[in-house]
Write a protein that binds this ligand. Structure first.
Ligand SMILES: Cc1ncc(COP(=O)(O)O)c(C=O)c1O
Length: 378
């Protein structure tokens, strides 16, 4: 008998196309979780699949120190789409590694040790990123974690000014907390974090792993605020489901080659997938669609089921519906009775992170389903 470390759902997925997943027996699901935002352009987008196949046949892997044009193209694209033209790129294999690198780089560049994170934050599960993650249940039994990590109240600049000092290496923050409950800060929060970090010479690490790639209506959420962080991290759907992490950093943060490393940094197939994903997001105007359909969903959900919930919030296609009781039974019924897959964010929030190709008719199906089943589970 095999023991699985990952929890298992009772749905045997066989293939995917666009916003849908299909089981082995042909049941169709509307995928509003996109496997934790990993397929922004939808499942099996033909341009992305073709780019991966072409590269796979040419060269499946070569170590990062041999320059190859597909990786150079990817570096260039990442710099071009970065906020404020951030010039230095580190590639790795997951979100937690991207943040791990960010923490190391910030400590190295500042020669300071304190890292300030926020309550309810989620930054990953390796030791450094886990130390910056808030939820005690994720940490229980794994200590001692890395010293000198402190937490302030998300969205409250006074809480940050009380803790930050010239001993602070970095402040790490999500523009909108995803896993922590789809929590939005006040509109000027990122600008204030930028100002306060600059005043003490600490790095600002912006974790756009969930909010980036067009999800909230612009390529990066920070494009809406004109904030340029010192370090920006990305992962999830950047290679449309192949493992990737990206740490973009300003010149004063950038490491010397060899100070940090990873065998799989910038493999050619991943870079091909990354180039194609960025092209599709831009050429198909997916941030604009996320903004349009997201605003529609937010308004219609509020009008239809607002009174049956505690709160409905979010930006673009990162939305959270805070229900009056647990989100678990609702997620189960959504899948079982309505063929819709969504995600939790904590115990009481139903989170949706669909492919950015979602249209109005898919949105309407979700609204109808939520309206229907909130009657039952209330
Ligand atoms: C904001 C944020 N940071 C970091 C991570 C960790 O990414 P990964 O699971 O790829 O390690 C996640 C994953 O959900 C995330 O949402």
């Amino acid at each position: 008998m095999t023991n699985f470390i990952f929890s298992r759902k009772n749905i045997n997925i066989n293939h995917g196309k666009g916003v849908h997943l299909y089981t082995v027996d042909g049941t169709k699901y509307l995928d509003l979780g996109a496997s934790y935002a990993c397929v922004p352009a939808g499942h099996n987008h033909p341009h992305i699949i073709s780019a991966i196949q072409t590269q796979l046949e040419k060269l499946s892997y070569v170590q990062g120190s041999y320059p190859i044009s597909i990786r150079d193209d990817f570096y260039e694209k990442l710099v071009q789409i970065s906020p404020g033209n951030i010039q230095n790129v580190w590639l790795c294999n997951s979100g937690t590694e991207a943040n791990e690198a960010a923490i190391k780089f910030a400590r190295h560049a500042t020669q300071r040790s304190q890292i300030i994170s926020t309550r309810q934050a989620f930054h990953g599960r390796t030791m450094g990123s886990l130390s910056a993650t808030w939820k005690p249940t994720y940490k229980k039994g794994f200590g001692p974690l890395i010293p000198d990590f402190d937490f302030v109240t998300f969205g409250d600049i006074e809480s940050l000014t009380d803790s930050i000092s010239e001993d602070t290496a970095a402040v790490i923050v999500e523009p909108i907390q995803g896993e922590g409950g789809v929590n939005l800060p006040p509109s000027n929060y990122l600008q204030e974090v930028r100002k306060v970090t600059e005043e003490v010479g600490a790095a600002m690490i912006l974790d756009e792993i969930q909010t980036g790639l067009g999800r909230t209506g612009s390529f990066w959420n920070c494009n809406q605020t004109n904030v340029v962080p010192d370090i920006l991290t990305s992962a999830k759907g950047m290679a449309s489901g192949l493992p990737i992490g990206v740490t973009l950093c300003k010149d004063w943060i950038a490491e010397n080659p060899g100070d940090h490393g990873s065998t799989f940094s910038g493999g050619p197939v991943i870079c091909a997938a990354g180039n194609a994903t960025i092209d599709v997001i831009i050429n198909e105007n997916l941030p604009e669609n996320a903004s349009k359909i997201g605003s529609y969903l937010l308004k219609e959900l509020k009008d239809t089921i607002g009174s049956k919930t505690r709160d409905i919030r979010g930006s673009g296609l990162l939305l959270g519906i805070e229900v009056k009781r647990g989100s678990g039974p609702i997620l189960t019924k959504l899948a079982k009775d309505h063929g819709i897959l969504a995600l939790p964010a904590g115990k009481t929030v139903v989170r949706i992170l669909p492919p950015l190709t979602l249209n109005r008719s898919h949105a309407d199906d979700f609204i109808l389903a939520m309206n229907d089943l909130l009657e039952d589970v209330l």
